[in-house]
Design a binder for this molecule. Sequence first.
Ligand SMILES: NC(=O)c1ccc[n+]([C@@H]2O[C@H](COP(=O)([O-])OP(=O)(O)OC[C@H]3O[C@@H](n4cnc5c(N)ncnc54)[C@H](O)[C@@H]3O)[C@@H](O)[C@H]2O)c1
Length: 682
Amino acid sequence: MTYNIQTYAVIGAGNMGSGIAQKIATEGMPVVLVDLTDEQVERGMGIIKTMLDQGVERRIFRPEQAEAILARITPTSNWNDLANVDLVIEAVFENLDVKKKVFSRLGEVCKPNAILGTNTSSFFVKDVAAACSNPERVVGLHYFFHPAKNRLVEVIGHELVDEKAMSAAWAAQEAIGKTPIHSADAPGFVVNRYFVPWLNEAVRLLDEGVADVATIDWAAKKAFEIGMGPFELMNVTGVPIAMHAANTLGQELHAFYAPAPGLVHQVNEVKQDWVLSGTPDESKFDAIASRLLGVTFYIAAKLVDEGVASVEDTDIGARVGLRWIKGPFQLLNETGIGKAQEMVRASMAPHGLEVPPFLAQADEGGIPIRLVSVGKRGALTSIWIDRPDAMNALNPAVGAQFDAAVEHGKANGAGIVIGGSGKAFVAGADIKFFVDNLRADAFQDIYSFTKDGQMTLRKLSGGDKAVVARVQGLSLGGGSELALACDWIVASPKASFGFPETGIGIYPGLGGTQRLPRRVGLPLAKYLIFTGQSLSAKKALNIGLCDDVTDFASLDQACEKWAEKGSVQQRAVPTIAPSQDWELIWDFFSRWTVEQILSGDADSLGEPQLEKAVKLMGFKSANALKMAERLLNDGEGLELNAALDLELEHLETAFSHPDALEGLSSLIEGRRPAFVVGVSAI
Ligand SMILES: NC(=O)c1ccc[n+]([C@@H]2O[C@H](COP(=O)([O-])OP(=O)(O)OC[C@H]3O[C@@H](n4cnc5c(N)ncnc54)[C@H](O)[C@@H]3O)[C@@H](O)[C@H]2O)c1
């Protein structure tokens, strides 16, 4: 069976279903929204309208965008409207009989290669799938509240599932802007398996008299570096929901997971939210933190031992789904293996549970956390950057793993496809890494990171097998430079390319000043680097910055097709504007220097396109602009590696200019940079 997901449907227009439909439509896809009656669908549409109105008020959407989103949703109570849909997501009541009836009917009304997903929170996906005439196309798609805002989705298979349906469903999640993680078909899947016991343990601490509510919330916030403590969270999401979830886990897994007596009492007797007021007793911090961490580490290690989730997905789940700054395994490594084992032992012994083997046997150096994964996509070796919650930003740890992956991929002998997990391809380099090192007077670390990165990217080209960049979403700075180092760039319509460095006081240092002009011609490279203008996939294709733009569903196929062409030995550098649209810009940046443009001597002919470019340059660092110009001009006549060396040579000059720290830190602080007028000599 082949699956090609272009259209979507959601069954159940309640809290979850309406939000899922809203998200799909917001990402530009058509979606059918089904409920039992027209009135119930209209209720769901009302929820969506209210959300979109709030979005307009808060200027997240323009009114016409909100209207377009609504127009992409087809509300209906007629199941025949599902006949041509490619992916159906069920979000009806959490009742197994109701779900089974829905899947039995979906099996009849949907076309044979439609994928059917269930958003169940507490049933096994295999039990829901069993109700469908062809269970191999049923997958679990567990979203988190509020599904139009929370990016996480757990993608769950089962024994009978067709792996092709799984990968198509996974790709569809990325197409609708979600961050998918894998989960086995197990109670609580990944995130609720540790989150619910974490809430429950807080109540146990209260029951045992270790501390009061205010102290436990305070200590939890401090230990996990989060904004809300467990009691406050239970009040926000509903205290009974925590109890029901704990009940389910307790029945499926072990008495440890069952609700603490205080939680049952609060729901059944007090029937109110927790009272949060009080002054934290700071002397209790260690006692509380070690219990909450101990429970979290225990479950995280169990998830890996049982094959429910990987270390990485366990952490991504916490960061994306719960908005924790650090995932359980990051926290565990920071705590130290020995101390973490001790915490688990002390927390779990009263329940008769031991340190799970994965943690018991862990190396003292810490649990390795993979940031780059190597696998296969069709005939190609895939190298994926897996930091979706950080938009796959590049830092030394990612760089080192990426380099090892490239070595491995090249040794494999097949073509390579490079991609990023989640919504973005690669959003550039980790700005905080630069700022921290500049402030610590450690330029050498910035230099080593950039040099190592350049060397890795040089390894990509050469050889007869092709390297293809699969740019499915935003690429910026180092991300666009990574794509440029590949033989071919295949983009989805949502992809974008941009070089914002001069706006933060530096220049593109991972080969951008040299590879970009070799692809699009010197004048357009100057335009892009001097103005920082991002290009849509379509415009990038128009100027040859990418080679293909194709629908999300056929991206992988397109990458294979381009890889078949082999590597690019010599690319002809464009010498004229790619089309009439670009003639003015081509001419302007061929003729005028940064100096002339900034001083107002360059004639923009009253053309809005050029005036906008000049205005944008006014916001950039003059030092960065002039350095970039010099590198672009001087690199032109050089052989590529010599040109790349030149880019590297001037890095220290750029980073030691005050504009670098000012520009980079302004980005972190969310303010406009105040650049100095002076320019360093290069
Ligand atoms: N609420 C959460 O935080 C959350 C989080 C993750 C997953 N879930 C799961 O999502 C699902 C939906 O939860 P919810 O909170 O949106 O529930 P809800 O009660 O708000 O909505 C359920 C909707 O399904 C409709 N419905 C019921 N039977 C139907 C049928 N046979 N055909 C079509 N529509 C039908 C109902 O009319 C209602 O509009 C549940 O399985 C739940 O476990 C919920």
